[in-house]
Ligand binder design. Structure first.
Ligand code: B12
Ligand code: SF4
Ligand code: SF4
Length: 388
């Protein structure tokens, strides 16, 4: 039964305590009023910076981001949680070894969406039965919610120049989640300071130039179309040729602008077992992954965020990384991939073989040229042979 006569502060305190018991390392409360940055968001979309992520640009989705009460009618407050997922590289040699792929830390084991959403729904049920009758909805990543803005409004941190929500002395390797509720709560003070100061390490370190610094208003800007995370996860089609060499051996997501951030020196390993790297995901052999079958892909990535890219997206990325390695050792695996049933895989394998450029690589390309029907793959083969 809901407890009677608790003050708003007591209600917030008890929710915070319960959320912490459920494994959320940081919890804050914010009023669910209109976004202060709705215009900035709409400008970002109008400039096309979201690329092919059409779900961000739908008119109704923009309106919901501007005004949480359009998303959840009657929404008055937001419970914002953060969950740490950092784990150090098991083998520190991996990032510098071009024969192995780097999977972003967030994707090395369980999908955080499922895990956090389940707990947020349980938290909302608990509030409803133990504290006060509430209606609302839980969101993790995929809803039309400006999660970083709500987190900063709930006092959790500031928008770094790398666009990440950074918590002082805790860093940015934190997932965010939100419950929008139709009840008032006692709120935390919004996070007011920008602790980036004169640092711009992330902007200089970004290999593709996706980070554009802050605009006149102070908003951190990113061109998602150039971000490796977008190119290796969200983009469904071919990776633009001019960007491929800049991706190095990042085969799923990217953490570079977080790795260089001085605030992540404070990152401590997550206590969630679900975020410990799965066997084989901390620096996989690119050659081995290049020939992964659909059955192997489905078994290996059950419950993992990597299934989002599908086999063809992942193998596209692996081919690019092999091309960037440039070693003749990769030719046999790429020659097999050149006959893959997916044109996306064949085309990127052709590009990689062109980068390697040995006689064996060129022979494989010429062999495929004789039978290839797909116009785009033919173009990639021509480029690989230096004829494009
Ligand atoms: C689309 C998206 C992406 C896109 C675009 C990223 C981007 N920077 O916009 C891509 C695919 C590139 C991406 C990559 C990653 N993502 Co992402 N992504 C999202 C998603 C779904 C929407 C973000 C969005 O709306 N972007 C548009 C911009 C304009 O909005 P914004 O980032 O919130 O920016 C705000 C500020 O600019 C501010 N603002 C405006 N004017 C002003 C003025 C001033 C003075 C100030 C201070 C601020 C300010 O208002 C904006 C709107 O709130 C969110 C989840 C969500 N629902 O919010 C996750 C989310 C941001 N992603 C997340 C993660 C973990 C990642 C990756 C680390 C994954 C990886 N390792 O590969 C990378 C990090 C890359 C990076 N540097 O951002 C986490 C971030 C957690 C955190 N601590 O910040 C989120 C919150 C998901 C989650 N629930 O945990 N992502
Ligand atoms: S995630 Fe990587 S590519 Fe994207 S902005 Fe950060 S450093 Fe650049
Ligand atoms: S690297 Fe420097 S500029 Fe970039 S987010 Fe971190 S502190 Fe801010």
């Amino acid at each position: 039964m809901p407890t009677q006569a608790l003050s708003l502060q007591q209600v917030s305190d008890r929710i915070r305590q319960k959320a912490r018991e459920m494994g959320f390392g940081a919890v804050g409360f914010a009023p669910a009023h209109a976004s202060a940055y709705g215009d900035a968001y709409a400008r970002w979309i109008a400039e096309g910076m979201h690329g092919e992520m059409a779900y961000l640009a739908r008119e109704d989705a923009v309106a919901k981001r501007r005004e949480p009460a359009v998303l959840v009618p009657g929404a008055r407050s937001a419970v914002v949680v953060a969950m740490e997922y950092f784990n150090a590289d098991a083998d520190p040699a991996v990032p510098g070894d071009p024969s192995r792929g780097i999977v972003a830390r967030y994707a090395r084991n369980h999908d955080y969406h499922d895990l956090m959403k389940e707990r947020l729904i349980a938290l909302q049920d608990w509030i409803n039965t133990e504290l006060l009758p509430v209606r609302g909805r839980a969101y993790v990543d995929t809803g039309a919610v400006l999660e970083r803005e709500l987190a900063s409004r709930a006092g959790l941190g500031w928008f770094g120049r790398n666009t990440m929500l950074i918590q002082p002395r805790r860093g940015s390797y934190w997932f965010l989640g939100t419950i929008l509720l139709d009840a008032e709560l006692a709120y935390d003070a919004p996070f007011a300071r920008d602790h980036c100061g004169t640092c711009a390490a992330c902007v200089s370190a970004c290999p593709t130039g996706a980070l554009l610094g802050r605009d006149e208003a102070g908003a951190p800007r990113m061109d998602a179309r150039r971000c490796i995370s977008y190119l290796t996860i969200e983009l469904r089609g071919p990776i633009p040729r001019d960007l491929r060499p800049m991706i190095g051996n990042r085969i799923y997501g990217c953490d570079i602008c977080q790795e260089v951030c001085p605030w992540n020196r404070f990152a401590t390993p997550s206590s969630e077992e679900a975020f410990l790297a799965r066997e084989g995901l901390d620096g996989p052999s690119l050659i081995e992954w290049m020939t992964m079958t659909q059955e192997e892909f489905s078994a290996r990535f059950k419950g993992s965020p990597i299934k989002r890219a599908k086999r063809r997206g992942l193998l596209r990325n692996v081919a690019v990384a092999l091309g960037n390695w440039g070693s003749p050792e990769a030719v046999p695996a790429l020659a097999i991939a050149l006959h893959d049933e997916e044109p996306l895989v064949r085309g990127h394998a052709a590009w990689a073989l062109g980068r390697i450029g040995t006689e064996a690589a060129r022979q494989a390309l010429r062999g495929r040229e004789e039978v290839e029907q797909d116009a785009w793959v033919r173009e990639e083969i021509a480029v690989g042979l230096g004829e494009g």
